[in-house]
Design a protein around this ligand. Structure first.
Ligand SMILES: CC(C)(COP(=O)(O)OP(=O)(O)OC[C@H]1O[C@@H](n2cnc3c(N)ncnc32)[C@H](O)[C@@H]1O)[C@@H](O)C(=O)NCCC(=O)NCCS
Ligand SMILES: Nc1ncnc2c1ncn2[C@@H]1O[C@H](COP(=O)(O)OP(=O)(O)OP(=O)(O)O)[C@@H](O)[C@H]1O
Length: 268
């Protein structure tokens, strides 16, 4: 008699084939404080063949797209809209992220409302990009650059999470120089994230970025050779023990954590 059940029906994919959670291509989460160098680390990983998913950019892009833009305007009102475009008066006004940011970072409940609209869609974008990367097999890794990886539960998508660490004065100086930020702007956003020591503790590895770019690149390459390239070469299993359920690594109360740089760090 034929069995009525089959572990994996023909039209559904079977379990991932390969040494990593999703298959042949590892997913590396990058966290750290603002201005710490996450995007720079991701850029060095791109030089090693990684596809970079920039969570900030994915969120920004969604804000320009119709269903999300309308939902956000419905929730926060038309005062978050930029003046209509002079070059194309027909195009609908866009969301002014500066205005929206000032609003939501000053009021945690409002930030929560914005996240409720954006985060599920951001996660779908990440999942699709990861699945495509596994299917096509053209990249050496997928890098998820997301400051709030744990707070949002996206750590469940990752095989390894790397914390990029840099002293606060150095981070502030970089942000002032490259983005024209003020101390106040940084502090306001820091309050919306879990404390540095908590994020450091949750990460698998800490990469210290307190020197120049050459040194940072060396650190990234050392990490890569040891943790990523070696697995590809030997076709082995890194046996990630990172849990798979979304939100599993979520800190107890991310929104109420204080933020100051402290605690020990370990090299990658
Ligand atoms: C509030 C918004 C419109 C402000 O845009 P703006 O261009 O001024 O800032 P930007 O997006 O570049 O963010 C700067 C930094 O703030 C921090 N930050 C952004 N969103 C959040 C958040 N929800 N919680 C805590 N910190 C955040 C990140 O470290 C980020 O790098 C924008 O940040 C946003 O839509 N945030 C919600 C989506 C989200 O959670 N993105 C973060 C992905 S890591
Ligand atoms: N070691 C370094 N030496 C010199 N400049 C650096 C170094 N690390 C990072 N930077 C520069 O500092 C700026 C901030 O770094 P980066 O954008 O990578 O930070 P981030 O952690 O991604 O910040 P955010 O979360 O706010 O996006 C960038 O212009 C980057 O090139």
């Amino acid at each position: 008699m034929k069995s009525r059940t089959r572990a994996y029906p023909r039209n559904r994919p079977g379990p991932p084939q390969g040494p990593w959670k999703h298959g042949q291509v590892p997913v590396i989460g990058i966290i750290g404080e603002m201005g710490g160098g996450k995007s720079q680390v991701a850029a060095f990983m791109a030089e090693r063949g990684a596809l970079v998913l920039d969570a900030d950019a994915v969120g920004h892009s969604l804000l320009t797209q119709r269903p999300v833009r309308e939902q956000v305007v419905d929730r926060f009102g038309t005062s978050i809209l930029a003046p209509a475009s002079e070059t194309d008066p027909e195009s609908p006004p866009s969301i002014d992220r500066g205005i929206l940011g000032a609003l939501v970072f000053a009021q945690p409940a409002l930030l929560g409302d914005l996240e409720t609209i954006l985060h599920p869609r951001m996660q779908v974008t990440f999942e699709k990009a990861i699945a495509r990367a596994q299917r096509q097999g053209k990249v050496s890794a997928v890098v998820l650059d997301a400051a709030i990886l744990f707070e949002a539960g996206w750590d469940s998508l990752c095989d390894i999470v790397l914390y990029v660490d840099a002293p606060r004065p150095q981070r502030l100086a970089r942000l002032v120089e490259t983005r024209g930020w003020t101390e106040e702007k940084l502090a306001l956003r820091e309050r919306a994230q879990s404390a540095p020591e908590e994020k450091r503790r949750q990460a698998d590895l800490v990469l210290v970025n307190d020197g120049g770019l050459d040194r940072l690149k060396e650190e990234v390459n050392r990490f890569w050779d040891k943790k990523i390239a070696s697995v590809h070469k030997r076709g082995g299993s890194p046996r990630s023990d990172r849990p798979s359920s979304p939100g599993s690594g979520r800190p107890s109360n991310p929104r109420s954590s204080s933020s100051s740089d402290s605690g020990p760090s370990a090299g990658a």
